[in-house]
Design a binder for this molecule. Sequence first.
Ligand code: HEC
Ligand code: HEC
Ligand code: HEC
Ligand code: HEC
Length: 437
Amino acid sequence: MYKIVLSIVAILLITGFASPREAGAENTAISTRVVYSGNLDGELEPCGCSEAGDLGGILRRASKIAELRKEWPQLFLISSGGLLANASPRDRLKSEYILKGLSAMRYDAVGLQWRDLSYGTAFLDVAPLPWTASNWNGDGVPRQRDIRHGEVEMAFFAWLTPEDSPFRKMKGSHQMVIDDPKPLQRALTEADRKGKLTVLSTTLPLEQAKALFDLKAVDILITKSAYEEYGKPRQEGKTVVLQPGSRGMRLGMLDLEIDERGDIGSWKHRVIPLPNSVPDAPFLKEWYEEYNAKVKAAYLASVEEKKRRQSGQSPYTGADACRDCHQAAYDKWLETPHSRAFARLEEVGKSFDPDCIACHTVGFERPGGYIDSRLTMHLMDVQCESCHGPGRKHMEAKGKEPTPHAHWPREKICRQCHTQPHSPQFDLNSYWPRIAH
Ligand code: HEC
Ligand code: HEC
Ligand code: HEC
Ligand code: HEC
């Protein structure tokens, strides 16, 4: 069948049959492809704690994009931003490497979100990225990006929601962002009139975006990222409305037919997950090694600092001390994966990453808790005191003093570590029987 079709195509080409463009107005559609992503929220790599949550990461995204470009070199690659996080002191280093990693993927346009300014505008200079902010008053970030791939020209815009500005309460800071949507609306209309494929990236839900902008001039509207999963795309008038997922677990792909006015005729949408069968991009190997080396160096420095500060007796004893009076509980614990949790980190080369150590040891970052595998070997793995709390007082009182978490419900004990991102399938009823003692 394919052979027949191919022969016909070949004959048509050889005999100089009219190209579709000349054949009539109804055939002038141009095909193009847009690959898009939404909030990354500071997720450089998946933790791999569970198969269900083992999706995404910069290394896999980079190789998937390279693969898609091989298939379709003229594709548009855009992001609605929200790349960075600022929740822990380690997020700064991670954010730096996220910018460098994304820069290597050659994005065409990235919408600026407030969270991307967590470390100031100068921080964004660590790597060149095509940031766009259509109502930002500061220097250095363009309000519009025109990108041409093949026959298609895209005009990309991004709206920074003024009400969400972290600078809002600072005196005189209202000048940093333009509250009035009209200038952006005019720019959209102008680009649309010129036959460009107009894209408006926002962090607003559809209804709010509709209230603010006339979507007649918008071909593609990107709305607020959903948590993890991509939302179902839909058509609003002539506008295709997209909702990317967060945490960088997947990519969205939109195949379009565009008419000569730059309007979308038909479209097809696909979500591309990034499981661990997607290989790591070889061209980012050095980037990743450098990142890990810096995480490790910072960790080793913190170990030195903790050693200096360490004083008095630790409130933690380690499981061996509990064994004396709770042999049966101890034997049971030894059989569970909790007693091997640190080895799993070593297997994946992450035993020096504080973002991993926290749930795979006892009392990390708490007074007298785990520091490193030499100083505090007895506090590696998930142990009795990860769940029951520091037990020295209980032990010294020979059980007369209850353990610190004695009144915690079971669920609360588990949820310290079995959080949605790290244990998406956690269910107390099925998990507890497997470790019950
Ligand atoms: C918030 C707590 C938490 C953090 C932080 C965390 N983990 Fe985990 N990890 C877990 C839990 C809980 C499980 C068990 C998940 C399950 O089976 O439902 C787990 C399981 C694992 C496993 C075993 C997976 C398997 O297939 O048996 C590995 C490997 C692992 N984590 C690596 C990491 C790495 C690497 C990091 C840092 C990037 C990390 N973890 C950070 C809680 C955490
Ligand atoms: C993963 C969390 C976890 C770990 C690890 C753990 N426990 Fe528990 N343990 C619990 C929970 C939750 C309960 C409460 C069970 C209940 O509500 O019946 C419990 C109950 C107990 C009890 C009371 C049992 C009873 O029947 O009253 C003892 C004693 C105990 N654990 C000792 C230990 C010792 C010793 C270790 C380490 C060798 C340990 N546990 C490790 C979560 C844990
Ligand atoms: C010297 C003996 C002894 C040691 C050591 C000891 N316990 Fe106990 N533990 C007891 C006794 C006795 C009870 C029963 C107390 C009661 O029922 O009033 C008890 C009860 C418990 C309970 C259930 C009641 C509660 O307070 O939550 C938990 C959980 C528990 N121990 C955990 C631990 C852990 C964890 C360790 C190690 C850090 C440990 N125990 C070390 C003697 C000991
Ligand atoms: C201090 C963090 C921590 C706490 C608290 C914790 N867990 Fe875990 N849990 C882990 C880690 C890490 C793993 C993965 C261990 C591995 O695979 O090496 C794990 C694995 C498990 C597993 C095995 C899952 C699998 O797929 O093999 C079960 C079951 C489990 N936990 C149940 C519980 C229950 C029930 C509680 C609460 C009573 C609890 N855990 C509390 C960190 C924790």
